[in-house]
Ligand binder design. Structure first.
Ligand SMILES: C[S@@+](CC[C@H](N)C(=O)[O-])C[C@H]1O[C@@H](n2cnc3c(N)ncnc32)[C@H](O)[C@@H]1O
Length: 227
């Protein structure tokens, strides 16, 4: 596993407290076998066999994650978020919906990708409505930023995909501009994929009258820079 950075990390999220319901607490306390630790190497083949694995960064409530896992039993999903109530809900849904192709991690997806997942192990990454960090001084916290783009490139196999969506027009421009600088990724704005259910944050954006933009990038053969 690569050495950890000596610098304190710039986080892509703001730690927030959320009220935990009894259902969420029960699920989290029970340490469900599909709730994985955020600090140990992940053996994707042991978890999912031959299924191609999609990692979702920042699933929020997890409602759409469970729907996508239900709709695609031929794919496996590794869903990561720092938000404890959402983690509790999504783990509860694993049993309620009988999902065998989904594992959940409570933690910083950047650290998990860096420390727990092998190079080229993923068939794809999904990041729907990542925090837009609108203030210029916070732009370094955006998920779509050179070092994180390279980290994700290192974990996705050639031909794999990175699907994103945003309702924040300046972030959409930022995604296009940043990704255009990275030869490890090829792609751009696409029509809304029919497989993507409306997410919680998307519905908030739609209520505010904001336009939604989807992006798909494909991992090229170009080697990533050292991570
Ligand atoms: C704006 S919300 C979008 C949630 C969901 N995808 C949706 O569309 O409703 C962004 C989510 O990303 C999560 N997040 C941000 N940075 C993260 C990171 N580094 N690792 C894991 N989760 C992260 C936040 O906790 C939050 O739940």
């Amino acid at each position: 596993m690569p050495a950890q950075s000596e610098h304190p990390p710039i986080r892509t999220y703001k730690p927030r407290r959320g009220r935990i319901t009894a259902r969420q607490a029960r699920t989290l306390d029970a340490r469900h076998p599909r709730l994985l630790p955020a600090d140990a190497p992940i053996d994707l083949a042991a978890l999912f066999g031959d299924l191609p694995v999609i990692c979702e960064i920042g699933f929020g409530t997890g409602v759409t994650t469970a729907l996508m896992a239900r709709d695609r039993p031929d794919l496996a999903f590794l869903a990561i978020d720092v938000h404890t109530p959402g983690v509790g809900d999504l783990v509860a849904r694993i049993d309620e919906d009988g999902l065998t192709n989904l594992c959940v991690i409570e933690g910083d997806a950047i650290a998990v990708l860096r420390d727990c997942i092998d190079a080229g192990a993923l068939a794809g990454v999904r990041s729907f409505f990542p925090d837009p960090w609108p203030k210029a001084r916070h732009h370094k916290r955006r998920l779509v930023q050179h070092e994180r783009i390279q980290l994700i490139a290192s974990r996705v196999r050639a031909g794999g995909t990175w699907d994103l969506a945003t309702d924040w027009a300046p972030y959409a421009e930022h995604i296009e501009a940043q990704m255009a600088l990275e030869p490890q990724w090829q792609g751009g704005c696409v029509p809304r994929p029919d497989w993507r259910p409306v997410t919680h944050y998307e519905s908030l954006g739609l209520e505010q009258g904001r336009a939604i933009r989807d992006f798909r990038y494909v991992r090229t053969q170009v080697p990533h820079t050292t991570i």
